[in-house]
Write a protein that binds this ligand. Structure first.
Ligand SMILES: *Cc1c(COP(=O)(O)O)cnc(C)c1O
Length: 356
């Protein structure tokens, strides 16, 4: 069926961003995991990562790992989120490595792996202040002691996450703390940590400023590959494309109308009472998408027009000086939230361009 809105995915630009980031981080010995949750495990994009030097693909959803495996993508697959107890069987089946913070889950992973005489690899996430997932550093050694008593799982790394919940910045201090923890663990347990994974797209400023990156040898990147930005201030990374994705929709109504609703007013569709500025008569265009399709607040029009608001399935534009007509296409840049939402939406067509 024909969808009236689409996201255009410029594969050459994604390939370029991936290649440049592999070079940049590789220059100081950091290997990348390509985070695929943002694009719902899109195997065409995953393939581009692999062809540009990213050989670990990380996703928070097992269905996405399965999708990439089934599509024949050849990489190491990492489950980016601590497994739910109820999904442990599928974790052992579809993930080579999973990130973990709970002993009960690790015990079940070990039991499950033992049933098939395999060893499941785990990376332990350490809490470094952002207060999403992680084992408290003071408890880490005791935790590792218990994990090492289990057969069926092998600790292959430690990691930390930043700027996801608390907005905490990766810094010289917290990165060297993680690095020191890696030293302590390797020495005390004679445990070679293959991956010391220091964060995500928010680590760019730390990385570029760092004289020494210590033992950090891995980062997990999503947004900076897709949107060419670091994520603390959303600054563009020099030499990368910020427009690999474009949202495109179609005008379904275009009329000169007042700028302020008239009649008695109550709540709108989303339970809000909006305030309107009177700009007199304006050209109001309606585009054929709404809040059910995309996080509208994350869109920026390419033309000099303004998004006035949206309901579930209509987005109202002030066309300003642009003579938008029914049937015209309107194009928008996306931020991270908008990108996530369009990639997840079943109502938006995904169209690849500049195919390599
Ligand atoms: C989503 C996620 C990432 C990727 O974050 P970006 O900001 O897109 O680079 C990295 N690590 C973990 C644990 C994540 O959940």
């Amino acid at each position: 069926m024909h969808a009236t809105s689409r996201v255009e995915i410029n594969l050459a630009k994604i390939a370029h961003n991936a290649e440049k980031l592999v070079q940049l981080y590789g220059s100081k010995g950091i290997e990348l995991m390509g985070v695929t949750k943002t694009v719902c495990g899109d195997s065409v994009i995953a393939e581009i990562f692999v062809n540009n030097g990213i050989h670990m693909l990380a996703d928070s959803k097992l269905v996405n790992l399965k999708k990439m495996r089934d599509a024949g993508v050849s990489a190491q697959f990492v489950l980016l989120r601590s497994p739910a107890l109820s999904e442990v069987d599928a974790v052992v089946q579809y993930a080579d490595i999973s990130m973990n913070t709970e002993l009960s889950v690790i015990k079940k992973l070990a039991e499950t792996a033992n049933l098939s005489n395999s060893v499941h690899q785990i990376i332990l996430m350490v809490e470094m202040g952002d207060l999403r997932e992680g084992i408290m550093p003071a408890n880490l050694e005791g935790f590792i002691q218990k994990v090492m008593e289990l057969s069926g799982v092998a600790i292959v790394g430690i990691g930390a996450n930043f700027a996801c919940f608390g907005g905490v910045r990766p810094s010289k201090d917290n990165m060297s703390e993680l690095s020191k923890l890696a030293d302590i663990i390797q020495t005390r347990f004679s445990l070679p940590l293959v991956h010391v994974t220091g964060g995500n797209s928010a680590n760019y400023n730390w990385f570029t400023a760092a004289d020494s990156i210590g033992n950090i040898n891995n980062l997990r990147l999503g947004e900076s590959i897709y949107l060419g930005r670091e994520t603390l201030d959303r600054k563009a990374i020099p030499g990368l494309y910020t427009d690999a994705f474009t949202f495109v929709s179609e005008v379904i109504e275009s009329k000169i109308k007042p700028s302020v609703p008239y009649g008695e007013t109550g709540q709108n569709a989303f339970g809000n009472r909006l305030q309107f500025r009177d700009r007199g008569l304006i050209r109001r265009a309606i585009a054929s998408f709404g809040s059910q399709d995309v996080l509208v607040a994350g869109l920026t029009p390419e033309l000099d027009i303004e998004i006035l608001g949206s309901s579930s399935d209509h987005t109202i534009l002030d066309a300003k000086e642009v003579d938008l007509k029914v049937g015209d296409e309107v194009r928008f840049a996306l931020d991270y939230g908008a990108l996530l939402s369009v990639m997840t939406s079943v109502y938006i067509t995904k169209k690849y361009s500049n195919i390599l």
